[in-house]
Design a protein around this ligand. Structure first.
Ligand code: PHE
Length: 336
């Protein structure tokens, strides 16, 4: 009888080990642990054993049943766990999550494009300080002592005769002071004006200045260069015109207009019903400016021009409010 018990334990253990699925396990349970199973049969067999052996035999059989039940429970748990579908299957072929990549600000893009065009025409790029003296911003540029731009109302002063430059033209003076002709440079940067912010003007904005000085530079070269620029930048089919204008540091002076991008010259809100949009100021360098930097005004002539970058960006992209450029709204910025 004891031999039988040992044999049953062995057989059960082996079968349990082999059970690979819950169905296999159930078979094993029925075979050994069910009411009509082998262990129950052993208990049944105990009845015919000698009375003296019964207590020990009973104890052994109880241990066997406990052992079998415990082993069965453990294995069942194991199989149930491995039978469960894996949480989230990890698909190695899925593309990674991409990080949003920023784009260049439209003002930066316009700036880079303008620089590229003028570089290709032989202009170098120069820089100057944003905090300027009255001398560089006004005096050397032939502004009259009582010129309205020199007023606190229009210019942001930092101290007596120290101010935030109101245009990039003072860089012309700085470039000519350190360099003899020929000079052919563009000068990009911030400029500041004490103005009410509106759909058309900001307190801080960018300009690009241009300067070309040499012997025999003519007004037709000014026109030729600016027209070549405008055709590259705005497209070869644009119409343009030059209008006489006034700047203290150029004589003669002219402003360049192109046909309105919105109404194509018919007249609309953006162009104030004129059909034209002003894109830059320009002119032949005034002899007084040459005198201020020690250039011989009899020997040299030159042209200068300046344009607002934000305004240029509005024209380029058909935006009707300059303020949106600096609201940093991603929905706006990501269109560029
Ligand atoms: N500095 C002028 C402005 O801010 C533009 C300009 C530059 C005009 C150079 C003529 C020559 O309006």
């Amino acid at each position: 009888m004891l031999e039988k018990v040992v044999h049953t334990k062995q057989a059960f253990t082996e079968e349990l080990q082999k059970a690979a699925t819950l169905q296999d396990l159930e078979q094993t349970r029925i075979k050994y642990l069910a009411r009509s199973g082998e262990i129950a049969a052993l208990f049944e067999g105990m009845k015919s054993a000698a009375p003296a052996e019964k207590p020990a035999l009973g104890k052994t059989l109880n241990e066997l049943r406990q052992y079998a039940q415990a082993q069965f429970d453990e294995k069942k748990l194991l199989l149930e766990q491995s039978a469960k579908p894996k949480e989230v299957p990890f698909d190695l072929t899925l593309p990674g999550r991409s990080k949003p990549i920023g784009t260049k600000h439209p003002v930066t893009q316009v700036m880079e494009e303008i620089k590229r065009i003028f570089r290709s025409m032989g202009f170098s790029v120069e820089n100057g300080p944003e905090i300027e003296s009255d001398y560089y911003n006004f005096e050397a540029l032939n502004f009259a002592p009582d010129h309205p731009a020199r007023d606190m109302q229009d210019t942001i002063f930092i101290a007596d005769k120290i101010l935030l430059r109101t245009h990039t033209s003072p860089v012309q003076i700085r470039v000519m002071e350190k360099q003899k002709p020929p000079v052919r440079a563009i000068m990009p940067g911030w400029a500041y004006r004490n103005e009410a912010v509106s759909a058309r003007s900001l307190v801080a904005f960018h300009q690009i200045e241009g300067l070309y000085v040499d012997e025999g530079v003519t007004f037709s070269e000014l026109k030729g260069t600016l027209v070549a620029f405008a055709k590259q930048f705005y497209g070869s089919s644009i119409k343009y015109r030059f209008r006489p204008s006034f700047f203290p540091f150029t004589e003669p002076s002219a402003e360049m207009d192109i046909t309105c991008y919105l109404c194509n010259g018919k007249g609309c809100r953006i162009c104030k019903h004129s059909g034209w949009l002003e894109v830059l100021g320009s002119g032949m360098v005034h002899p007084h400016v040459f005198q201020a930097v020690g250039y011989d005004a009899e020997k040299y002539t030159g042209y200068a021009f300046g344009m607002g970058i934000e305004r240029t960006a509005l024209l380029r992209y058909g935006i009707d409010d300059i303020r949106i450029l600096y609201e940093n709204d991603v929905r706006f910025l990501k269109q560029f």
